[in-house]
Design a protein around this ligand. Structure first.
Ligand code: SF4
Ligand code: SF4
Length: 472
């Protein structure tokens, strides 16, 4: 081969159709496995460093203390969700629902603007898959070597390297399982109890469950998850328009594709800028050929852009044959970034985010539920009063022990039977049975509306409505 030519090897799997550049048949079949070639370049660096940063954040957050507790702890068992000193209870679920709506609209906004950038750079499936591929590459060699090894004989060295790879994969999976479970149970206790065999069944179950999911998804399933299982991949096209940034191949510039010498005047040969080196396909984690146009399998990772830019560099052509672009730009029209759909998603996102902060600011430091005794509407006590029985449930949502005063309004000369001052520990739900008594003559109607008042030493007051029923 002349020195002027780029060495192009046919490394496509046997099931690969060179005409369509697509793997034929069942993707779940191991013989159709995608051997992803490592790619280097600006977008890969961005993804690598971005991925490491997010991983670090994910791994460190459960270890950050705040006061006497974990800064973020979604304690489902005790129905308490702690976020840096603010504790939310099932009563505050609207806040969590608002958070989910914010996440959904954030995703709509970013997808309309930048396509599947979430999938390519931020989705845990992608981040973990690229880490697993990195280990595969380091222990078993590059994609070509791996493909050759896997179709050849199993040697002792290969068994050793494969075992090391699976060991590394499982160690990462186990660390992921611990970290993820550590968002739901205190992580320090979880680790200590796990390694001293003192842990109860469920924390161990969830650590192993998430570890096995990570190992299976990032090690074996990879793009199958993105293509066949992820619901987001299915509905994201509804958010796309012709001004959405996608990874696109400039076919006007690239076609007709074909190999040529570096020094050749390819225009005179009737060729476009694509030298058909196939690198863009080899680096693609989902195994597609972006030259076939926008495909739902594309996760916008930019690996093919970096690979193609390197080829363009070597050939002395302008970079950007594959680039982040829009359908409008590819068809020679201008891209309209500010458009009604994007502005609409942005406005709703801002509105709901504002609402969320208002909700956060108005979260009460305490909560109270009043339950009337339904088995007995009223009774007459030894003092001749009409007595109604209630159960008060008082929740201390702060991080300190609190003393609360309790009273009732809406009735004159009412007798309070039971404690009217209570001390409640942080996060505790105190159940207080009590009753109210009234002389029947002082009650003007059979049913009176009353307000139970809870107040603390810091001027916080909470009022909960209930009823007082007298003999008809
Ligand atoms: S086509 Fe390019 S951007 Fe899309 S998934 Fe494959 S490598 Fe990533
Ligand atoms: S688009 Fe670029 S990377 Fe892909 S085959 Fe053509 S020259 Fe090679």
């Amino acid at each position: 081969m002349s020195q002027d030519k780029i060495d192009i090897k046919d490394v496509t799997p046997k099931t690969f159709n060179p005409k369509t550049h697509k793997t034929q048949g069942d993707r779940f079949n191991p013989s159709n496995r995608i051997y992803v070639r490592e790619s280097k370049g600006t977008y890969q660096l961005l993804r690598r460093y971005g991925g490491w940063f997010l991983l670090l954040l994910f791994a460190l957050i459960p270890w950050i203390p705040f006061g006497e507790r974990q800064a973020i702890l979604l304690d489902i068992g005790n129905q308490q969700f702690n976020f840096f000193g603010t504790t939310l209870y099932p009563q505050d679920l609207t806040l969590l629902a608002t958070l989910l709506v914010i996440a959904a609209f954030g995703l709509f906004f970013i997808t309309t603007f930048l396509g599947r950038v979430w999938c390519g750079y931020l989705c845990p499936q992608t981040v973990w898959t690229f880490i697993y591929i990195w280990f595969e590459e380091k222990l078993e060699g590059n994609a070509n070597k791996r493909r050759k090894q896997d179709s050849g004989k199993l040697t002792r060295s290969l068994v050793l390297r494969k075992s090391l790879k699976h060991l590394a994969w499982f160690a990462i999976a186990l660390a992921t399982g611990f970290t993820f479970t550590g968002y739901f149970v205190p992580i320090r206790e979880l680790v200590v109890e796990f390694f001293t065999f003192e842990s109860s069944f469920w924390p161990v179950f969830w650590v192993m469950f998430f570890a096995i999911c990570t190992y299976g998804n990032a090690g074996w399933m990879r793009s199958i998850m993105c293509i066949h299982m992820c619901p987001y991949a299915r509905f994201q096209s509804a958010m796309f328009d012709k001004d959405t940034f996608i990874v696109g191949y400039d076919s006007k510039r690239g076609e007709a594709r074909g190999p040529r010498s570096r020094k050749a005047d390819h225009k005179a040969l009737g060729l476009g800028d694509c030298i058909d080196c196939n690198l863009c396909v080899q680096v693609c984690p989902t195994g597609i050929d972006i030259r076939d146009g926008l495909q739902y399998e594309c996760i916008n990772c930019g690996a093919c852009i970096d690979a193609c830019d390197q080829t363009m560099d070597k050939m002395g052509y302008e970079k950007g044959l594959i680039s982040y672009t829009t359908e409008h730009r590819l068809s020679g029209k201008s891209t309209k970034v500010m458009r009604p759909k994007l502005l609409g998603y942005g406005a709703v996102l801002l509105l709901i985010t504002g609402l969320f902060f208002i909700q956060i600011a108005s979260v009460d430091p305490a909560g109270m539920n009043v339950l009337r005794d339904r088995s007995q509407l009223y009774r007459e006590n030894s003092s001749g009063e009409i007595e109604n029985t209630y159960t008060l449930k008082i929740i201390n949502k702060t991080q300190q022990t609190q003393q609360y005063q309790l009273s009732v309004t809406g009735l004159e000369d009412v007798s309070w039977y039971g404690k009217n001052t209570v001390t409640v520990a942080p996060g505790e739900v105190l159940t207080l049975p009590m009753s109210l008594g009234m002389q029947a003559d002082n009650l003007s109607s059979p049913v009176s509306t009353i307000q139970f008042i809870l107040s603390d030493s810091e001027q916080f007051t909470l009022s909960v409505e209930s009823r007082f029923i007298k003999k008809l």
